[in-house]
Design a protein around this ligand. Structure first.
Ligand SMILES: Cc1cc2nc3c(=O)[nH]c(=O)nc-3n(C[C@H](O)[C@H](O)[C@H](O)COP(=O)(O)O)c2cc1C
Length: 201
């Protein structure tokens, strides 16, 4: 299902078409297709080129591994994410490798890598849905994540599916219009909350 952004100005299709569905097809992406998504993530920018992102993934063709990752999600996400053929967790490194100092941009940069992955997914006819609703301690324990790394964001990934598979509540969300704050609330010039003339309608 396509759900392009009803944007005020024309956007590149990759950006307009990215969204966060809950209905996924059971089709498992080919390994090479999946690898391309992580290649896209790999080429994200990062502070001092630290590349603080790591990914833990599980695909449905390995039911046991898939189940271990699914169990890390909160129940409200598990309910729909179980439809997705691929689940993943973005983990970010909290410190710079070269000097051990805290990296204040680690999660920011991890987020950029995940967005790269999401946009490449759209180019491949797939979609990824980010999730803050997961148990980071459980991820740490399940996968032996070292203290210096933070389980940051979970995601469900796959080809789009039929919203009819979803429960009524989730189906309503799936079909609801996409919304964003107006640009004047987001872009300032001169002083805080002074809308930049650049973005005034
Ligand atoms: C870091 C992050 C955490 C999110 N957590 C959840 C979540 O736990 N459950 C969920 O259903 N959606 C979650 N979302 C999806 C957002 O609700 C969604 O991106 C937002 O409503 C905008 O919709 P769109 O992505 O379709 O444009 C999350 C998204 C991000 C980026």
């Amino acid at each position: 299902m396509r759900k392009p952004a009803p944007s005020d100005r024309p956007l590149h299709d990759l950006i307009a078409d990215r969204w966060s569905p809950r209905a996924f097809s059971s089709r498992i992406p080919a390994g090479e297709t999946l690898a391309r998504l992580f290649e896209a993530a790999r080429w994200a920018p990062s502070a001092f080129n630290e590349q603080p992102w790591r990914f833990i993934i599980a695909t449905k063709d390995n039911a046991e591994e898939y189940g271990r990752l699914l169990a890390c999600l909160v129940e409200a996400n598990r309910a729909w994410a179980v439809l997705a053929p691929v689940l993943g967790i973005l983990v970010t490194k909290k410190t710079f490798t070269k000097n051990g100092k805290p990296n204040p941009w680690a999660q920011h940069d991890g987020g950029m890598a995940l967005e790269n992955l999401m946009l490449q997914a759209v180019a491949e006819g797939m979609f990824a849905h980010g999730m803050g609703g997961f148990d980071p301690d459980k991820v740490r324990e399940t996968y032996n994540v070292p203290e210096d790394f933070k389980p940051t964001t979970a995601f469900a990934l796959g080809y789009p599916g039929d919203p009819a598979q979803l429960s009524v509540d989730y189906r309503e969300m799936e079909l609801a219009p996409r919304e964003r704050k107006p640009l004047e609330e987001l872009v300032f010039s001169g002083s805080w909350e002074m809308a930049s003339p650049t973005v005034k309608p």
